[in-house]
Design a protein around this ligand. Structure first.
Ligand code: ADP
Ligand code: MG
Length: 403
């Protein structure tokens, strides 16, 4: 069910309490090194202020533990950057705690079209614990609640769940980026054009068991690479050398392989590997002949024959979802598998396929390769996109008004 969004909500002279994800990376001096998360919220922010809303923004930053103000985790640099991105708009940072009296005074003094940024939600222990008093106080700061924090959608933190709950009866709507994420990830899984191919990789099979189970029931083919493939290969009895294997997940791996054998989806595992002695730059490398890996070697990327068969499956696909790199792509030469797969997806997209990338590291890989614009959608949420691939709804989104 699509959700009501901020564009279709009357905001004039109303206080819009918007949960954003301004959890931006910073260097040691506190300079923002990547402001994408702020920039991506701008359409929703503009929608609220350009139609005369009074916008109260709230976010977490880093992991302070609810022990009050810490300068290192202040929202000040984010508020400053937002001001730079919105010339002519009044952007003020309020108080030392998101719910303190200074914050209330700043909000009470707002005019239409202005923005107040609350301090880091995680300065207050009420955020992580969802404390009712904290939630009610924040709820009193808004006439309209807007969720524009897809990256946090899978967490029932106070600002995501208890606050909109406390605002029952008032409009509770989705931001534009959140809506786009829900549409892309939701519709792609619900109504795929076929063939539908899922590509899974990354570090741990344990992180992705729920996603594999859900995707096995929906897709035509699942391609598995990355370190997680070695637990599946070990479960099949292959030699895996010193590759990363989760020994306590061998039974899960056996169950997945059996489920794939009995189901509609074809599961393709690597048939060869690029190995190193260790995961470090300059390590000696070797390509295996087949799926087995000799002792003393570690599988760090899919091999050329695997690449070829994965690329062939991707090129035939009309819907592609991808979560998790094919190898230790941060260390050369183990980026080749991820690169080939990403380029094949970009080419398939140009030819008309729908392609969606989820997962923090996969999205970063696509950005690094300069291919982000060649995909239909690159998700901004790692954990949240994975939860969507698992087919599990978000409690936080469930509270928003249907559109
Ligand atoms: P995502 O964030 O896209 O969901 P993950 O967090 O699951 O992806 O996994 C990404 C990490 O997995 C990367 O840091 C990558 O180096 C690592 N990785 C992938 N394949 C291997 C491998 N064969 N051996 C060791 N690490 C790997
Ligand atoms: Mg990751």
């Amino acid at each position: 069910m699509p959700k009501q969004n901020i564009d279709h909500t009357d905001v004039a002279s109303k206080r819009v309490l918007m949960r954003v994800d301004f959890n931006v990376p910073q260097d040691e001096a506190g300079n923002i090194t990547d402001d994408r998360r702020i920039a991506l919220a701008l359409p929703s922010i503009r929608s609220a202020i350009e139609r005369g809303g009074r916008l109260v923004l709230m976010s977490h930053l880093g992991r302070p533990e609810g022990k009050g103000f810490e300068a290192e985790w202040s929202m000040r640099p984010a508020a400053q950057r937002l001001g730079e991105l919105l010339p002519g708009v009044k952007v003020a940072l309020a108080g030392k705690d998101p719910a303190d009296d200074d914050a209330k005074r700043a909000i009470d003094a707002m005019h239409d079209g202005e923005i107040v940024v609350l301090e880091n939600l995680r300065f207050n222990k009420g955020e992580k614990k969802g404390l009712p008093e904290f939630a009610q106080r924040l709820a009193s700061f808004g006439d309209i609640y807007c969720n524009e924090a897809f990256g946090t959608a899978h967490r029932n933190d106070g600002s995501m769940f208890a606050v909109p709950q406390a605002m029952e009866g008032k409009p509770r709507v989705a931001g534009l980026l959140l809506s786009r994420e829900l549409t892309f990830l939701g519709d792609t899984l619900a109504n795929p054009k076929r063939p539908f191919v899922a590509v899974l990789g990354g570090a741990k099979v344990s992180d992705k068991i729920g996603a594999i189970d859900n995707l096995l029931a929906r897709v035509d083919t699942i391609l598995v690479g990355g370190a997680m493939a070695y637990t599946l290969l070990a479960a099949q009895g292959h030699a895996v050398g010193s590759s990363l294997v989760e020994r306590d997940r061998i039974d899960d791996a056996k169950r997945i392989i059996a489920a794939a054998a009995g189901g509609r989806a074809k599961l393709l595992l690597p048939v060869d590997h690029i190995c190193g002695k260790a995961l470090e730059p300059g390590t000696p490398t070797m390509n295996t002949e087949g799926a087995d890996i000799d002792d003393g070697w570690m599988g760090l990327d899919i091999g050329p024959r695997t690449r070829e068969s994965f690329v062939a499956a991707i090129k035939k696909a009309r819907t592609i979802v991808w979560n998790g790199p094919m190898g230790a792509f941060e260390t050369r030469p183990f980026d080749a598998g991820t690169r080939h797969v990403a380029e094949a997806m970009a080419a398939a997209t140009t030819a008309g396929a729908i392609s969606v990338v989820g997962g923090g590291d996969s999205a970063a890989a696509v950005e690094d390769m300069g291919l982000a614009a060649s995909f239909s959608h690159v998700s901004t949420g790692g954990g949240a996109s994975l939860q969507m691939l698992e087919g599990r709804a978000f409690d936080s989104v469930g509270l928003l008004d249907d559109g």
